[in-house]
Design a protein around this ligand. Structure first.
Ligand SMILES: *Cc1c(COP(=O)(O)O)cnc(C)c1O
Length: 429
């Protein structure tokens, strides 16, 4: 009962060790606090709670109600909205729930094309959002910038019912006000998916979509630094989730969203996840969180400057947020080879398509790098310059065994200098 089995225990320990050794530069990853980790591993995982606080289909939820209400009120305060649903299992079901809430099957949606930095669930053809709705993606310009005039023209032609904004690989600030005026003009709902930048928004390091977008979705596990999970934020009349779906109007967004999440798409909420979201939101409301959000951007800028000076072609020429998208072909390599060579020296990144990528998705021209996890771990702009130089050297000579060996030692020393979970001796204990 108190120990994890002999096969699984060493694997969990190995994963802890791997996370300590490897610099996580995948921009969607982060390291949660011990408090978030503890809530995620709490006994709330044992409970069934279908429904919402005060309106459950199971008994024994008086404490779960308090936990979910705590998470909701903290999210309302942090993001300045009147209603929050904290039950989506993750970001993808949150987006599908919003479609379910606001659309009829076959309605038209517009989201940023996956190949230009958008998310699968914004209407990509193999996603449920691209199968059950008529999806007409928009793209960036050749330099990688959102082209608001082109989006407006396309919206006037296609008349979407819903426009998604937000991205997984967009290094610049998103102008939510402009997108809202486009959506208003064609009478579409604007949904801002801030999964990647929620921590920056909470820390006042990126403008908030609240007040512009009708609905905001976000994962909780990226820059926001909570457990895996998601939230849907909106304003409107108080939710009455047990009543038949009201009109699909803006006033009724809270009820529409709640009914779409449960019973529309999901069953029982993951109460341990809700508890951990509450823990993360408490941390995000502290002054230190603003420092962290600013530091993420300073680190990304330092990394961008180093890589650009070393000959990397940064999409849009730089970054305003936590990530960079870099064309690595000027170094004479490809995205896949680059990602593999970097992992060999102890840096995890992911290969990524660049705008108008001439290469195939499984070996595209670019890599995507981010600074949230390293910032959480304590790294500074100076460290980012050292790391950036190692990255550039590896990209120039990904097959040079001697060079890989030398840079691996440098990265190992940098990893050891910033201990991760120093008091956690074993996750399997
Ligand atoms: C990560 C992400 C999601 C999906 O989140 P999952 O939790 O992986 O399902 C959705 N939208 C955007 C923009 C994301 O970055």
């Amino acid at each position: 009962m108190h120990t994890i089995d002999a096969q699984l225990a060493p694997l969990l320990d190995q994963e802890l060790d791997r996370q300590r050794r490897v610099l996580a530069m995948i921009p969607s990853e982060n390291y949660v606090s011990p408090a978030v980790l503890a809530a995620t591993g709490s006994v709330c995982t044992n409970k069934y709670s279908e429904g919402y606080p005060g309106k459950r289909y199971y008994s024994g939820n008086e404490i779960i109600d308090a936990i979910e209400e705590l998470a909701r009120s903290r999210a309302r305060e942090l993001f300045h909205v009147s209603h929050v649903n904290v039950q989506p299992y993750s970001g993808s079901p949150a987006n599908l729930a919003v479609c379910l809430a606001l659309l009829h099957p076959g309605d038209t949606i517009m989201g940023l094309d996956l190949r230009y930095g958008g998310h699968l669930t914004h209407g990509w053809k193999v996603s449920a959002t691209g199968i059950y709705y008529r999806s007409v993606p928009y793209i960036t310009n050749a330099e990688g910038w959102l082209d608001y005039d082109a989006i407006a023209t396309q919206a006037r032609t296609e008349r979407p019912k819903l426009i998604f904004c937000g991205a997984t690989a967009y290094p610049r600030i998103i102008d939510f006000a402009k997108l809202a005026s486009i959506a208003r003009e064609v009478d579409a709902f604007l949904v801002a998916d801030i999964s990647h930048i929620a921590g920056l928004v909470a820390g006042d390091a990126h403008p908030s979509p609240v007040g512009h977008a009708d609905v905001v979705t976000t994962t909780t596990h990226k820059t926001l630094r909570g457990p895996r999970g998601a939230m849907i934020l909106c304003n409107g009349l108080p939710s009455d989730p047990l009543k038949a779906p009201p009109e699909r109007t803006r006033d009724h967004l809270p009820s529409l969203i709640d009914r779409a999440v449960f019973p529309g798409l999901q069953g029982g909420p993951h109460d341990h996840q809700t508890a951990a979201i509450a823990a993360a939101l408490h941390e995000a409301a502290q002054p230190e969180f603003r420092t962290y959000a600013q530091r993420i951007i300073e680190n990304a800028r330092a990394l961008a400057e180093t890589l650009a000076a070393a000959g990397g072609r940064l999409i849009t020429g730089g970054t305003d947020n936590h990530l960079l998208l870099m064309d690595v072909t000027p170094f004479g390599t490809t995205g896949r080879i680059a990602a593999e060579a970097l992992y060999r020296i102890g840096i995890s990144v992911n290969f990524n398509a660049i705008p108008n990528d001439p290469r195939k998705p499984f070996d595209p021209s670019g890599i995507r790098l981010g600074t949230p996890a390293l910032t959480t771990r304590g790294y500074t702009p100076e460290d980012m310059r050292t790391i950036g130089q190692c990255i550039a050297e590896v990209l120039r000579s990904p097959d040079d065994a001697l060079l890989l060996h030398r840079t691996q030692a440098t990265i190992r020393a940098i990893a050891d200098a910033y201990p991760l979970y120093p008091t956690l001796s074993s996750v399997a204990a």
